[in-house]
Design a protein around this ligand. Structure first.
Ligand SMILES: Nc1ncnc2c1ncn2[C@@H]1O[C@H](COP(=O)(O)OP(=O)(O)OP(=O)(O)O)[C@@H](O)[C@H]1O
Length: 673
């Protein structure tokens, strides 16, 4: 069975105009310091790369025009790492760029036409056909094969057609009937497999059936949404908001987004107004006409934004999409009440419930007036769901169904994973080879590069930009406007390389990201799964390259397991590392706090309903439906779900810390790096 996207497949990249040379703002007046700056453009790349001057990037000692020394200092890690590199890397290094270029030629990349939905052909969803699906819980509603098998309402159905969703994805086939039946749900499905629609459709459909919250002329000083969708980042909240608006187009369902950056009171209230007023006054008094004009314009737009936000909230809201920090702030300030909530959805639920966000989520869900489980529907979605987080999440659910689509976080075969042994000091020269290698094939793909730290992201952006590669960075230290600008520029292909921290690792759905490079590997294998999931989305293929260095040893074993399960070729050196480091991985950085979850090995045998591990302790008679592949039609009725003993009280959670109420959830665990 193939899932047709109505979009056609034109020639890859064909017919697009060339991008103009890009010089990032901070470099615009800088002297041209190397040959790459002079000639940014797609076609000259290979020529530049092969030019004799390239040698200066080798060996990690890049010196730019005598002004800036990029050579890593004081690493002192050479001995062991160097030996390994010689042992394992020499054979692969020379052919590395070629291999990448070759891989890129194999990738199916959308051209403009197909992105716009024209032409014949379609995106290949067959890759999902044999994905194992498992649903456990009491009386699991059966899956559907088509959207019109469920009564979603005509308005929504029209919008589904408008979005050119011809068939539900596996997670949608199973999750939508469950959610429409009003059941609580914990769903784990691969990155890029359509989870957003899986929770949006049932919410919109039920709201349409039960009547809108916001009738014409209805005004409130306190917004009382009937559905709340929480996500960890501003970008993801905005994306969900945009998607949900498409699904609710012309249905009358009102959807509002609230995310951090500044508190609503700051935006609407006196403090900020006074700040702007004083700037305005100073500008006027100083007699600077330019500054006066600039501030007047800013003041005007600021005022408009305030009015729009106030109007949006007070006009009535059916669905509120929010980041937790901002939402808590709005509730505290009496702008929003949760007492009418009928549906609660947590996207990236495992992230939302790990130690970074959990206290805040718990406060919102349990202490701020929201109806308790049983009186509201709760849906948790993610591509990864460690046992310990499942256990924690079960507090928010009642008689829920656990749905697991696919064995691991990434879709088998869609994302081609390459792991290269690269020591820290060589990473820059390697990434240059990679990027030049992929440019040489002439495709206009977007590349997302992950670094561990914000400083690292800035430094790499600078290095790449100075080397003539159009890069822009996004991380938690950037103000919202900069973050939005970076994303826009990346999506539009103006800056086809985005250097990011984990702030961009989850949920973001950016078409045409063909390559994800883990310049620094994350500490947690789940983060790796989410990061590489920015490519290979919605049935398209993608490439994920990771630089593995000595300090990533603890990740070797889970990485090997993940790769094996995804039918990826595991480099022999990595298998050896995995053997020698088999006892070092205890479930990744963040989750270690929760007791390790039984070690890395078990976590990537696919996420299973943690309730099934309760062989004793009063948890009996709990069965489930198991599907050998979503298309197999082998649906088994569910057994009785009885005698489930509540898990032991969760004691491993501390304060988490690092919050900044009213701005954004700033997380101590490295999320907003
Ligand atoms: N039934 C469908 N038919 C065609 N395209 C779809 C369908 N469902 C979703 N999509 C598209 O697939 C892409 C990925 O969807 P979405 O962002 O919801 O994935 P996700 O599972 O939430 O990913 P992640 O785990 O990274 O958050 C989106 O561009 C979306 O428009």
């Amino acid at each position: 069975m193939s899932w047709d996207f109505t979009g056609g497949r034109g020639g890859a990249g064909g017919g697009r105009a060339r991008l103009p040379s890009y010089v990032p703002p901070h470099l615009r007046n800088a002297p041209v310091a190397n040959p790459y700056n002079a000639a940014y453009g797609y076609s000259p790349y290979s020529a530049v790369y092969n030019a004799p001057g390239y040698g200066q990037y080798g060996g990690g000692g890049y010196v730019l025009g005598g002004q800036q020394d990029f050579a890593p200092r004081g690493r002192g890690r050479r001995g062991r790492g160097g030996q390994r590199r010689n042992e394992y890397e020499s054979s692969s290094s020379s052919s590395f760029a070629d291999a990448i270029a070759e891989k890129f030629n194999e990738l199916e990349v959308l051209g403009e036409e197909e992105a716009a939905g024209g032409g014949g052909g379609g995106i290949n969803f067959e890759a999902y056909d044999d994905i194992p699906v498992k649903a456990t819980g009491n009386e699991v509603p059966p899956p559907v094969e088509r959207f019109d098998e469920i009564d979603l309402g005509e308005g929504l159905m029209q919008n589904i057609r408008r979005c050119k969703y011809s068939k539900p994805t596996p997670v949608q086939k199973h999750a939508i009937p469950i959610a429409v039946a009003g059941r609580d749900l914990m769903a784990c499905a691969q990155t890029g497999s359509g989870k957003t629609a899986a929770f949006c459709f049932p919410i919109i459909s039920t709201i349409l059936k039960n009547g809108l919250n916001s009738g014409p002329g209805g005004t409130r000083t306190v917004a009382q949404p009937s559905a709340l969708i929480l996500s960890p980042t501003r970008e993801l909240s905005c994306q969900i908001h945009e998607e949900a608006k498409k699904f609710a187009f012309k249905t009358g369902v009102r959807i509002v987004v609230a995310y951090g950056g500044a508190s609503i009171q700051q935006q609407l209230g006196s403090s900020c107004k006074w700040a702007f007023c004083s700037i305005w006054l100073v500008a006027h008094l100083s007699g600077d006409v330019g500054l006066r004009l600039f501030n007047s314009v800013r003041f005007f737009f600021y005022g408009i934004c305030c009015v729009v936000q106030l109007y949006n909230l007070e006009k009535g809201v059916d669905i509120l999409v929010a980041t937790p920090g901002r939402l808590a702030d709005m509730i505290d300030r009496g702008r929003v009440s949760l007492k009418m909530i009928k549906h609660l959805a947590l996207d990236e639920a495992d992230r939302m419930l790990d130690m970074g966000f959990e206290p805040q989520i718990r406060k919102i869900v349990q202490q701020m007036g929201m109806p308790p489980p049983g009186q509201r529907q709760t849906m948790l979605f993610s591509a990864t769901f460690p046992d310990e987080i499942q256990r924690l999440a079960s507090d928010f659910l009642k008689d829920y169904i656990f749905l697991s689509v696919g064995r691991v976080g990434s879709s088998t075969g869609l994302i081609s994973q390459k792991i290269e042994l690269v020591q820290d000091m060589d990473k820059r020269s390697h990434i240059m080879k990679l990027l030049h290698g992929q440019k040489a094939n002439g495709k206009r793909d977007l590349t997302l590069v992950f670094t561990e730290t914000k400083k690292g992201a800035d430094a790499l952006e600078y290095y790449l930009s100075m080397s003539g590669l159009p890069a822009i960075a996004i991380h938690g230290d950037k103000v919202q406007m900069e973050r939005e600008r970076a994303l826009r520029s990346f999506k539009a292909g103006v800056t086809p390389i985005l250097v990011a921290t984990d702030v961009a690792s989850r949920g973001l759905d950016i078409p045409n990201v063909s390559h994800v490079i883990n310049f620094d590997l994350p500490k947690d294998i789940d983060d790796y799964v989410h990061r590489i999931g920015r490519t290979g989305r919605a049935g398209k293929s993608g490439l994920a390259t990771a630089f593995f260095s000595d300090q990533n040893m603890p990740l070797a074993k889970p990485l090997v397991e993940l790769m094996k399960e995804s039918n990826q070729e595991v480099p022999p050196w990595l298998s050896e590392y995995a053997k020698s480091s088999s006892n070092t991985y205890s479930g990744g950085g963040r989750y270690r706090r929760y007791g390790g979850g039984g070690g890395g090995g078990s976590r990537h045998g696919g996420y299973d309903d943690y309730r099934n591990d309760y062989s004793g302790g009063g948890y009996g008679g709990y069965g489930g439906a198991s599907y050998g592949g979503y298309d197999s039609g082998s649906y088994y009725g569910d057994n009785d779900y009885g005698g489930y003993a509540a898990p032991p009280a969760w004691s491993g959670l501390g304060g988490g810390g690092g919050y900044e109420l009213g701005t954004e959830a700033v997380v101590a665990s490295g999320w907003d790096m």
